[in-house]
Ligand binder design. Structure first.
Ligand code: IPM
Ligand code: MG
Length: 359
């Protein structure tokens, strides 16, 4: 029996980008004799259509058995009308929570070939290499009580709860510090401790954990300032650690610095390092079926899977080098296209990476 990888293509462009990532994964499997065994499952809208729920029991059962999960993207207008608790995004949140994938790694790396595609001036982003570590199974995304209720005066009120326990903060802080140790050893913890008690405690606990990592320089920043600094002088950051909602927002902003959200992979890890790997972007309904989607974020997610869960750094580096090679060849999907380059489709991009990997 090989190592089981559960593949969840998802919705809209999900299956298109996943087909390319699988092409690449099959070449790596062969070249590095990984003995992988791919199994497919349904999550999100695709699962709602087939089973009426966004995270079917059988998907969750396969996910628990798998070594790693590769996810495309879920959601889209087709399921806008379904009840709130059955929306495709709920499937994604549920699988993160059920598997306790609390550590979300979102690297924002600028490929020098794409400096032109960044929304910032080249000198501000040249060499950019940031890692955002987002807490993924707590905070306001999961806090209870939550809901929409009717007040005595008949007006409705929406409410959510922002909460973090010490142990939740401690485990994400440990992950972030240990990742910082392998990089430039600078960690910035982002909070809103001037207003929110939950983040006053967050800051306190991060400080406590810092004592165990004297070689890492810790700083703190309020989230509004962090948003500003990210677009003002992004290279000041090495690793950022933050809660679920702030991480969601800051990682989209960081993505744009690198030229396109179509380039950014992510890893969501549990305590044992098992994980789910997915691009940071969504299901892009507006371009689905047109061959315009950039498969590189999903392909780079394969690289993260090789590095973090399968523990094969050589294979990860080979995939990343193949991506860099096709960018050197001038191949560009529409999201990263600029004059003088060669415009390619989703499948052409995937095939080019697979070919570069075979060489
Ligand atoms: C992300 C997405 C999800 C999130 C949505 C689709 C639920 O925006 O992974 O960043 O908010 O976590
Ligand atoms: Mg998001």
């Amino acid at each position: 029996m090989g190592k089981k990888i559960l593949v969840l293509p998802g919705d809209y462009i999900g299956p298109e980008i996943m087909a390319e990532a699988v092409k690449v994964l099959e070449v790596v499997d062969d070249r590095f004799r990984l003995g992988l065994e791919l199994e497919y499952g349904l999550l999100g809208g695709a699962a709602i259509d087939a089973h009426g729920v966004p995270l079917p029991e059988e998907t969750l059962a396969s996910a628990r058995e798998a070594e790693a999960i590769l996810l495309g993207a879920v959601g889209g207008p087709k399921w806008d009308h379904v009840e709130r608790h059955l929306r495709p995004e709920r499937g994604l949140l549920a699988i993160r929570s059920e598997l306790q994938l609390f550590g979300n790694l979102r690297p924002a790396i600028l490929y020098p070939q794409l400096a032109e595609a960044s929304s910032l001036k080249p000198e501000l982003v040249a060499g950019l290499d940031i890692l955002i570590v987002r807490e993924l199974t707590g905070g306001i995304y999961f806090g209870e009580p939550r809901g929409i209720r009717t007040l005595e005066n008949g007006e409705r009120e929406g409410y959510n709860t922002y909460r973090y326990s010490e142990s939740e903060v401690r485990r994400i802080a440990h992950l972030a510090f240990s990742l910082a140790q392998k990089r430039d050893r600078r960690l910035c913890s982002v909070d809103k401790a001037n207003v929110l008690e939950a983040t006053v405690l967050w800051r306190e606990v991060v400080e406590e954990v810092a004592a165990e990592y004297p070689d890492v320089e810790l700083s703190h920043m309020y989230v509004d300032n962090a948003a500003m600094q990210l677009v003002r002088a992004p290279k000041q950051f090495d690793v950022i650690v933050t809660g679920n909602m702030f991480g969601d927002i800051l990682s989209d902003a960081a993505a744009m610095l690198t030229g396109s959200i179509g380039m950014l992979p992510s890893a969501s890890l549990d305590q044992a390092g098992r994980g789910m790997y997915e691009p940071c972007h969504g299901s892009a309904p507006d371009i689905a079926g047109e061959g315009k989607a950039n498969p590189l974020a999903t392909i780079l997610s394969v690289a993260m899977m090789l590095r973090y869960t399968l523990g094969n750094a050589d294979a990860a580096v080979a995939v990343e080098a193949a991506v860099s090679a096709v960018l050197d060849q001038g191949l560009r999907t529409p999201d990263i296209y600029s004059d003088g380059q060669q415009r390619v489709s989703t499948t052409e991009m995937g095939a080019a990476v697979a070919a570069a990997l075979q060489e």
